[in-house]
Design a protein around this ligand. Structure first.
Ligand SMILES: Nc1ncnc2c1ncn2[C@@H]1O[C@H](COP(=O)(O)OP(=O)(O)OP(=O)(O)O)[C@@H](O)[C@H]1O
Ligand SMILES: [Mg+2]
Length: 453
C-alpha cells in the first residue's frame, strides 16, 4: 500500500471539494473519498515530473477541463518498472481490438512511446518503458483513465489520471496494477535472474535460460556438499519455523578456494536445484559495486531468494582501486543490505579469503566460510572419469585413470577438464593414457585463473 509520504501528498482542508461522492454513500466513507480526492489532487500539483501536456491529453480523453483532473502516482524501483511495464503491455494487448480503442502516446510532446526488451526464461517480450495510454470507460475500470509510465534519468514513476469525480477508481487502478505486477503477474518469482547495470537505466533484472548444472558431475568432498545443503537448502526448508521462532531467516555463505575448483559451478548447481521454489539472483560485479543496497531492496519482492555474488574480493578493487579498508567498508554495506530482509541466502565466492579480514567477515554475516579444495587423488580420478566417460566405451576401457590421476597432483577440476579437452583435440576423440600422460607432463592443461570456458 502507498503511504501518503510515498505519494508526496500534502495536508489540506476536506471541505467543499468538487469531487464529493454521491450522497447515498455513508458519511464515513464519503469522508474517506473526499480526503482521497483531495490528496490525489494535491499530488498533481506537487508532482513536477508529469508535464502539463499529459494533463491536457488526459483531460480531453476524460471529457473534463484540465483543472478537473487528478493523478495518483507512485515512484518505482527498477524491478517494479519492468513488472509494471509488463502489466501495462498486457492491458494494451487485451484492449487493442476494443471498439473505443486505446490511445497511446509518448510522455513528452514530441517523443514516441518507448518499448524495451524483457527477457524471461530466454524469451524476449517487448514491454512499454515510457508511454501514456488512455483507456476508455469500461476498459479497465468504469471511468476513463490514462496510465502514464515514465522513466527519466533513472527516476521512474507510474501515474493514473482520472477526472476528479473518479479519483477513487484511479487510485484503485494504481493499486491493482502494482499488486498484480509484484505478485500474480510477476514473471521473475522462482526464476534464475541476472542483476546487471545498463547505461542510462541503472539496475535491471533479466531471466535468461536457467542453468542446467547437475550436482553429480561436480566432484567435491561429501562433507562440503553436506555443509552447503545444511546452510542453503536447510534454510529454505526451515523458513517458516525460523520465522515463527524469530530466529532470523537470512544466511550468508562464503565459498573460498583456488581458481578452477568449482565454486561457480556450485552456484549454478544450487540455482538449478532451487529454481521454481526460490528466486536466484546472480549479480554482476558492476551491479554489486554500484547498487548493493538496491539489489537487496528489489530482492524483497522475490524472496525466498538466493543471491549469488561471485569473486567478491575482485569487486572492491574495481570499485575503489584496491585500497585497504575498502573491502571491509564494502562488506559492512553488504551486511546492512543482507540483514534487512528475510528469506534471503547470500552465497559469495572468493579466491582470496586472506584479503577479507576477520571483523569484516563477521560483520558481513557470512555465517559459514566453506573451503572448496583442490581435489585429492581419488577426486582427480573421479573428475577424469566424469569427463572421459562420455567419450565412449573404447576410451572408458582403455584409459588408465589411476595413472593420470597420480600424475596430476595439484591440478584443479578445471585443469583436469582442460586436459581431457586437449587430449580430444590431439586425437580426434580417441583419447589414450599416453596422450593424457604426455600432456600432463608438459603442463599443457595448467590454466591461468579465468582462462577456462
Ligand atoms: N570439482 C570439480 N568437479 C568437476 N568439474 C570441475 C570441478 N571443479 C571445476 N570443474 C570444472 O571446471 C570448470 C570451471 O570451474 P568453476 O568456474 O566453477 O571454478 P571457480 O572455482 O569458480 O574458479 P574461479 O575462482 O577462477 O572463479 C567447471 O565448469 C567444471 O567444468
Ligand atoms: Mg568462479
Amino acid at each position: 500500500m502507498m503511504s501518503s509520504d510515498q505519494m508526496g501528498l500534502g495536508d489540506g482542508a476536506l471541505a467543499d471539494h468538487p469531487g464529493a461522492p454521491p450522497s447515498r454513500v455513508p458519511a464515513s466513507v464519503a469522508m474517506v473519498f473526499q480526503h482521497l480526492a483531495h490528496v490525489l489532487d494535491s499530488s498533481v500539483r506537487s508532482s513536477p515530473s508529469v508535464p502539463v501536456p499529459i494533463r491536457e491529453f488526459a483531460a480531453e480523453h476524460c471529457g473534463v477541463a484540465p483543472g478537473e483532473m487528478v493523478c495518483a502516482s507512485e515512484d518505482l524501483s527498477a524491478l517494479t518498472t519492468q513488472l509494471v511495464g509488463r502489466v501495462l503491455g498486457r492491458l494494451l494487448h487485451a484492449h487493442e481490438h476494443a471498439p473505443a480503442g486505446v490511445a497511446v502516446r509518448g510522455v513528452d510532446d514530441n517523443d514516441p512511446p518507448h518499448w524495451e526488451r524483457l527477457v524471461v526464461d530466454g524469451h524476449v517480450e517487448m514491454i512499454p518503458s515510457s508511454m501514456a495510454a488512455a483507456f476508455p470507460s469500461g476498459a479497465i475500470t468504469e471511468a476513463p483513465v490514462v496510465l502514464v509510465l515514465e522513466e527519466r534519468y533513472g527516476d521512474r514513476q507510474i501515474s493514473v489520471w482520472s477526472a476528479r469525480a473518479h479519483a477513487e477508481q484511479g487510485y484503485t487502478v494504481l493499486q491493482e496494477i502494482l499488486e498484480r505486477a509484484r505478485t500474480v503477474d510477476n514473471p521473475f518469482r522462482g526464476k534464475v535472474l541476472e542483476a546487471t547495470i545498463e547505461m542510462n537505466r541503472g539496475l535491471v533484472f533479466r531471466a535468461p535460460k536457467p542453468p542446467t548444472a547437475e550436482r553429480h558431475r561436480l566432484v567435491l568432498p561429501d562433507a562440503l556438499w553436506e555443509e552447503i545443503d545444511l546452510n542453503v537448502h536447510g534454510l529454505f526448508a526451515n523458513l517458516e519455523r525460523l520465522q515463527a521462532a524469530d530466529l532470523g531467516t537470512n544466511r550468508g555463505l562464503l565459498l573460498v578456494g583456488p581458481p578452477g575448483t568449482g565454486k561457480t559451478w556450485i552456484c549454478k548447481v544450487l540455482a538449478a536445484e532451487l529454481a521454481g521454489e526460490v528466486t536466484v539472483v546472480f549479480c554482476s560485479a558492476r551491479a554489486v559495486t554500484h547498487c548493493i543496497g538496491l539489489i537487496y531492496e528489489e530482492v524483497k519482492w522475490l524472496a525466498p531468494a538466493l543471491v549469488v555474488i561471485e569473486d567478491i574480493d575482485l569487486i572492491v578493487p574495481n570499485r575503489a582501486h584496491a585500497q585497504s579498508g575498502l573491502l571491509q567498508e564494502f562488506l559492512l554495506a553488504l551486511d546492512g543490505a543482507m540483514t534487512s530482509h528475510g528469506g534471503v541466502v547470500t552465497v559469495a565466492t572468493t579466491n582470496a579469503v586472506d584479503s577479507i579480514d576477520d571483523a569484516a567477515k563477521r560483520a558481513a554475516r557470512f555465517d559459514r566460510i566453506l573451503e572448496v579444495p583442490k581435489p585429492t587423488e581419488e577426486g582427480r580420478r573421479k573428475i577424469l572419469k566424469t569427463y572421459l566417460d562420455p567419450l565412449g566405451a573404447g576410451v572408458r576401457a582403455s584409459v588408465d585413470v589411476q595413472r593420470v590421476a597420480a600424475l596430476t597432483e595439484g591440478a584443479t577440476g578445471a585443469e583436469l577438464r582442460e586436459l581431457v579437452r586437449l587430449a580430444v583435440l590431439h586425437t580426434d576423440g580417441v583419447v589414450s593414457t599416453e596422450i593424457l600422460v604426455r600432456l600432463a607432463n608438459d603442463g599443457a592443461a595448467s590454466t591461468a585463473p579465468g582462462m577456462y570456458l
